[in-house]
Design a protein around this ligand. Structure first.
Ligand code: SF4
Ligand code: SF4
Length: 124
């Protein structure tokens, strides 16, 4: 995902193994209809893709390492790193624990979650 400096100013980044540069997380819209649910389920067929909910917001996570991260976990373009990287800072980051409330690792987990939401609504 985002920031990790070649010379990080932040004491937490110095201790961290650049967790945020090893996954790409992007906020996405909540799936609103059958087509959008099927589309999300299709994306979850790929073992590098996950979907998660955090504070009721939906995110897509793509596993993989930023091409600008060095072998020793330093950003090689620190001075010109993207704004998204600059905006991502402790303590609002993965170093401080669980960054998701619910993680969907495959299509079935998403299906089960949506089914349980539906049946809870029905029982209200
Ligand atoms: S550009 Fe640098 S800070 Fe941003 S994700 Fe890549 S290595 Fe991390
Ligand atoms: S996960 Fe947090 S502590 Fe670790 S490098 Fe990224 S911003 Fe710094």
């Amino acid at each position: 995902m985002k920031s990790k400096s070649s010379e990080p100013d932040n004491k937490y980044c110095k201790k961290c193994s650049a967790i945020c540069c090893k996954n790409l997380a992007v906020e996405i819209n909540r799936p609103r209809n059958k087509f959008e649910v099927e589309n999300l389920k299709w994306q979850l067929h790929f073992d590098t893709v996950k979907v998660y909910l955090h504070n009721r917001k939906w995110h897509q996570l793509v596993e993989g390492t930023c091409i600008y991260l060095s072998k020793d976990d330093r950003c090689t373009i620190y001075e010109t790193r993207p704004d998204k990287c600059r905006e991502h800072n402790p303590p609002e980051c993965e170093f401080f624990g669980k960054y998701y409330d619910i993680m969907f690792n495959n299509p079935q987990e998403l299906t089960d979650y949506l089914k349980s939401k539906k049946s809870k609504k029905r029982n209200l």
